[in-house]
Design a protein around this ligand. Structure first.
Ligand code: CDP
Ligand code: MG
Length: 139
């Protein structure tokens, strides 16, 4: 059952451009159901912790700055094989190379401001979901 959830964020660029509704429509239209959802503004410290795995990367500082720059939508999504299915739906990290029809190809600005986050494994999906939602709030 747990491989049926993934964790996603609609990032500050997409929220500020007013794409939240269209992105949610794409997600639910692709067979995901929303198991948890909230709007939140990450503190710098929360963004650092969330992306801790990337702390040695050149893009880490800018990423932390960007992710804490405005409100985001955090959510848990449910579908069979949710992690892989969601990564297919959002497309590759850089929208310039993302397949046509993917959410990043349609809504992202650049490789940093790429509209959405999707967990990369079931283990990380659970860890990231618990970062924002107690189990009782995941339906
Ligand atoms: O989000 P995804 O799993 O596709 O990519 P990642 O390699 O885990 O990187 C996490 C996030 O860092 C990306 O979604 C981008 O927002 C940002 N990033 C960046 O700013 N510059 C890069 N060259 C690569 C990633
Ligand atoms: Mg990643």
């Amino acid at each position: 059952m747990d491989s049926d959830i993934t964790f996603s964020i609609i990032k500050p660029d997409a929220v500020s451009k007013g794409y939240t509704g269209q992105i949610l429509t794409r997600i639910t239209g692709s067979g995901f159901t929303i198991a948890a959802l909230r709007m939140v503004r990450l503190t710098r410290q929360q963004a650092e912790e969330f992306y801790y795995v990337h702390r040695e990367r050149g893009f880490y500082r800018g990423l932390v700055e960007f992710m804490s720059s405005g409100p985001v939508i955090v959510m848990v999504l449910r579908k069979a094989d949710a992690v892989d299915e969601f990564r297919k739906l959002i497309g590759s990290t850089d929208p310039a190379t993302a397949d046509r029809g993917t959410i990043r190809a349609e809504f992202a600005t650049d490789v940093q401001k790429n509209a959405v986050h999707g967990a990369d494994s079931p283990e990380n999906a659970r860890r990231e979901a618990s970062f924002f939602f107690p189990a009782i709030e995941i339906f």
